[in-house]
Design a binder for this molecule. Structure first.
Ligand SMILES: NC(=O)c1ccc[n+]([C@@H]2O[C@H](COP(=O)([O-])OP(=O)(O)OC[C@H]3O[C@@H](n4cnc5c(N)ncnc54)[C@H](O)[C@@H]3O)[C@@H](O)[C@H]2O)c1
Length: 451
């Protein structure tokens, strides 16, 4: 099949390369000419495991091409995927300007299609509020009398494992009104479902649109829930590792998304929750659990800073109480295996520490450039995890990169001024840290003080 993928970011680029891998002819489109030039050279502008190899493979095979010109492939396309951003507007709603701009461009380009061409399947893959398929339909229809159908096909990939998630999906959700649209979508996705044994869900477009928000809201809720249980576990002297394992063994609950952490971030959960809250307000349906989830997360994003302040006896009203202190911070991306720093808690932590007068030396395996571009010399950048620790009063861990868990803690201890670790990802067990003489703060387990 001939596929257009409009928007070459985390979602569009992965979709484009994976459709090429499934044997389709794909044209990736982006307004960002520099990004398109980088892609055309076979270089990925983002860090995503496995992406570089697929990109090279299919640029070479000719199955994948990139352009800035949306009109280039519209005449022959079977499907056009809209994968542009839907950032948060000031009022919390999803900003639809990029999606509607693409819809308008598609509408104008439709004149290039033959009058008797099969309907173009226009696919909303961006995360968009209920009713968007109808809005996109109206926007395109305003410019053309050629046949098309707008389909909702929300994306569930996770950054960091996006390629395998796309190639082997648990499920594919398609909101469409005709058998033709379903047949085109099945033609595109069947190779992936054959690999994974994943489920196919056909429904109406509004249900598909709501499914995406409901899925993200549920996952965010689980994270905030376990974070609250972790905070309580600490207060009452329980160990959250035991609690999460035992509740996760209940088949009605399951073990996924029950790891305490320093609050969720990233490009999806925070904005998608706000967008869903906004929709709830619009329709007079208060989303009370979601509002609380957002609030709980705001509180949780300060969890490491609260622990640092307590440990170093920071008192309110004292100017720059951490002046003269240096902190090593491991992890800047909002989670491991990505370079995405959107809504990353590490950035809030940096702000908090620097505002208290501290010096911060940071390390990350993929997100250093993104942070440098965003906050410049507010922090110092270390080439290695060990270098970040040289002369620091304590080490803080914000992202669960596997190489941090594998670090040689004895070497790290020699670089630090003191064996003091604030672990926002529970990478180690308190007993093991106690045996090695560390002061160890983690989430939902007892704090260990060096003797
Ligand atoms: N990132 C994720 O993990 C993820 C997962 C599921 C769903 N989503 C959703 O997918 C959508 C895209 O997210 P993303 O993270 O890929 O965003 P992104 O910001 O990484 O990429 C968006 C791309 O669209 C391009 N673009 C903007 N306007 C354009 C236009 N008129 N024509 C062509 N290209 C245009 C931008 O230049 C950019 O490269 C969002 O709605 C997001 O909520 C994201």
């Amino acid at each position: 099949m001939q596929v257009l993928v409009i928007g070459s970011g985390y979602v569009g680029l992965v979709a484009a390369t994976c459709f090429a891998e499934a044997g389709h002819q794909v044209l990736g489109i982006d307004v960002d000419a520099a990004k398109v030039a980088t892609l055309a050279k076979g270089e990925s502008p983002i860090f995503e495991p496995g992406l570089d190899d697929l990109l090279t493979k299919h640029l070479t095979s000719g199955a994948l091409r990139f352009t800035t010109d949306l009109q280039a492939g519209i005449a022959e396309a079977d499907a056009a995927f809209i994968c542009v951003g839907t950032p948060q507007s000031e009022d919390g709603s999803a900003d639809m300007k990029y999606v509607l701009a693409v819809a308008s461009q598609i509408g104008q380009a439709m004149a290039l299609r033959g009058k008797d061409a099969k309907p173009l399947i226009v696919v909303d893959k961006s995360t968009v509020p209920v009713g968007t398929a109808a809005r996109v339909h109206a926007e395109i229809a305003a410019h053309t009398d050629r046949a098309f159908e707008v389909v909702s096909n929300p994306e569930f990939l996770r950054e960091g494992s996006a390629i395998s998630d796309f190639l082997e999906p648990d499920r594919v959700v398609v909101g469409c009104r005709t058998d033709h649209a379903e047949a085109v979508m099945k033609g595109l996705y069947q190779p992936f479902l054959d690999r994974s044994g994943g489920k196919w869900f056909r429904m109406d477009p509004p249900s598909a649109e709501l499914t995406k928000y409901a899925a993200n809201a549920m996952l965010a809720l689980r994270i905030s829930f376990i974070n609250e249980i972790a905070n309580l576990a600490e207060a009452v002297g329980a160990d959250v590792d035991h609690v999460k394992t035992a509740i996760g063994a209940d088949h009605r609950i399951g073990p996924a998304f029950l790891n305490p952490g320093p609050g969720f971030g990233g490009s999806c959960f925070p904005k998608d929750l706000q967008a869903l809250l906004k929709v709830g307000r619009e329709y007079g349906q208060p989303m009370m659990t979601l509002a609380t989830t957002v609030e709980a997360n705001r509180h949780q994003k300060q969890v490491l800073l609260r622990k640092v302040k307590a440990h170093f006896h920071v008192k309110a009203g004292v100017p720059a109480p951490l002046k003269g202190r240096r902190f090593a911070l491991w992890g800047l991306a909002f989670k491991a295996n990505t370079d995405d720093i959107r809504e990353s808690m590490a950035l809030e932590l940096i702000d908090g520490l620097v505002n208290l007068g501290a010096e911060v030396v940071v390390h990350d395996f993929a997100a250093m450039d993104a942070v440098r571009a965003k906050i410049g010399d507010k922090v110092r950048y270390a080439a290695t995890p060990l270098e970040a620790c040289e002369g620091a009063d304590a080490l803080l861990i914000a992202t669960e990169w596997p190489d941090y868990k594998a670090a040689d803690l004895e070497t790290i201890a020699k670089a630090l001024k003191a064996r003091c670790l604030f672990d926002g990802r529970n990478l180690f067990r308190p007993e093991a840290m106690e045996a090695k003489g560390w002061t160890y703060h983690s989430l939902g387990r007892r704090t260990v003080e060096a003797k």
